[in-house]
Design a binder for this molecule. Structure first.
Ligand code: AMP
Ligand code: ZN
Length: 472
């Protein structure tokens, strides 16, 4: 399999330190709010990557952290503490916020068929480990104490600027807009490993350490959690593209300084989901969550399908018309699968291999999920028999996780949407409701649903579209 590696900036043949086994690490969410669908794009693509590696025969050990301490709004050492901000917003404790949004994240993952890694570690459960690694960095001369905090000394490295596309000038502390200079730093790129002299006097979570009561910086958590659970040689590290610098650059600095050898060989970065207005945000404009999409009548599988239709290394623009197109395409695909459901007989091995090779060629080419979906469409056009096609759909969907079989079964049980037997009046109201939903006039759509109910029919939005049934 060829995979783009942000470290070499080329598509390389994927390899592992131990044959047949992938040590994989994913930067987990900062649990101060719901995940937006942009965050979830990253997790969907990482999920596909893990599933495809398994499909290709690898044993995958995947580890993820939950950031419940240390992440500041700048991604560096400046700005507000994200968890504290969340807690204040909701008049709750940091741990209450962390628990609530960790559960919410897992619930979103479930809806989107994102498998949760076997090992998930909240940062606050590893404080002792952070202290131990920071002490080693101090002992080895890679870290120093200044003004009460512990900093990583980037001048001790032969090479620091990995993943850094910025000009050195831009990084000048105090030069970047809104970034206050930290006079304790010896070098402008040094970063905090442990905050003791906190600028957040109201910091709720603090721990004893050899350097005084304080809390860890954000970057150290991923290095420590991975080193402990993946071992000294990491094959694959994933995250959204915004994590590349400074977060991943700093992870490499710490981990390699600690280990004394190269650490992670391959880096997978998912590009952003943007809105028409630009960067997706939890504070600006409509806060796009999976629940919001559901409220608007979209099945989470439609969002997954929407993500798979484009390549992870291109930024993707979210809009409702684009999602509507994905919804239509998904329904059609499910209907095609439904037509195969009754197929009898054993799959033809030769035909299976042919279909499989198209799918694999797409996925082996830097995880080209949109071409993999084309391979699924081509399967329907092929002259293979229905049993073969059905077997292949099952197999491909073990990677794509689009619930194709389940949705097709539901569709064939329910019949396809509304049928001719509906009274004219109901059909007209349904058409009006469809138009209202298209225009995002949900108030009117709800009103029309009530009118339809008065005529004795229920309307339900499902993954294969609108289903109308006569009330019992
Ligand atoms: P956070 O919860 O902020 O730590 O981010 C969780 C994950 O989402 C990280 O891997 C980020 O890099 C990623 N991410 C943040 N914004 C976006 C976006 N707009 N599109 C895709 N991934 C994103
Ligand atoms: Zn991380």
């Amino acid at each position: 399999m060829k995979l783009y590696n942000s470290l070499t900036r080329t598509k390389d043949e994927f390899f592992t330190h131990t044959p047949g086994r992938v040590e994989m690490y994913t930067c987990g969410p900062t649990v101060y709010h719901y995940a937006h669908i942009g965050n979830l794009r990253s997790y969907i693509m990482e999920d596909i990557l893990e599933k495809y590696l398994r499909y290709s025969g690898y044993d995958v050990n995947r580890v993820m952290n939950i950031t419940d301490v240390g992440h500041l709004t700048s991604d560096g050492d400046t700005g507000d503490d994200k968890m504290l901000k969340g807690a204040k917003r909701e008049h709750k404790t940091v741990m209450e916020i962390a628990k609530f949004y960790t559960d919410a994240f897992f619930a979103d993952c479930k809806k989107l068929n994102i498998a949760i890694p076997k090992t998930v570690v909240p940062a606050t459960s590893y404080i002792g480990e952070f202290i131990r690694v920071i002490q080693v960095l101090l002992d080895k001369g890679y870290a120093y104490e200044s003004g009460g905090n512990i900093y990583f000394d980037t001048s001790k490295l032969d090479k620091y600027y990995v993943f850094n596309d910025f000009d050195e000038e831009d990084l000048e502390v105090g030069v970047r807009e809104g970034v206050e200079a930290d006079g304790n730093k010896r070098n402008k790129t040094d970063f905090v490993l442990w905050f003791t002299k906190s600028k957040f006097e109201d910091q709720e979570l603090k721990w004893e350490s050899p350097w005084g009561v304080g809390y860890p910086g954000w970057h150290i958590e991923c290095s420590c959690i991975s080193l402990k659970n993946n071992g000294e040689y990491l094959d694959l590290h994933c995250g959204g593209i915004d994590n590349a610098f400074p977060h991943h650059t700093n992870e490499i600095a710490q981990s390699e300084a600690y280990l004394g050898h190269k650490w992670c060989s391959q880096w997978f970065h998912v590009h952003h989901l943007n809105t028409d207005g630009g960067k997706m945000s939890k504070s600006k404009g409509e806060f796009l969550t999976v629940s919001l999409l559901e409220q608007k009548g979209y099945d989470p599988m439609v969002y997954r399908f929407f993500c798979l239709q484009s390549h992870y290394r291109r930024s993707l623009v979210f809009s409702y018309p684009n999602l509507d197109n994905a919804a239509t395409a998904y329904s059609k695909l499910v209907a095609k699968v439904a037509a195969l459901l009754g197929a009898q007989g054993t799959p033809d091995e030769e035909a299976c291999n042919q279909l499989r090779s198209d799918f694999r060629a797409a996925m082996d080419n830097d995880l080209n999920t949109s071409l993999a979906i084309t391979a699924v469409y081509n399967l329907f056009k092929s002259d293979a028999d229905s049993a073969t096609k059905l077997a292949m759909i099952k197999e491909f969907d073990s990677v794509l996780s689009l619930n194709l079989i389940e949705a097709a079964k539901k569709l064939s049980q329910q019949g396809s949407g509304y049928d001719e037997e509906l009274p004219q009046e109901v059909t007209e109201l349904l058409e009006k409701r469809k138009a209202a939903r298209k225009e995002k006039n949900f108030a009117l759509a709800d009103e029309l649903r009530d009118k339809i109910a008065e005529l004795g029919y229920t309307v339900e939005e499902t993954r294969q579209g609108t289903i109308v049934r006569k009330k019992d």
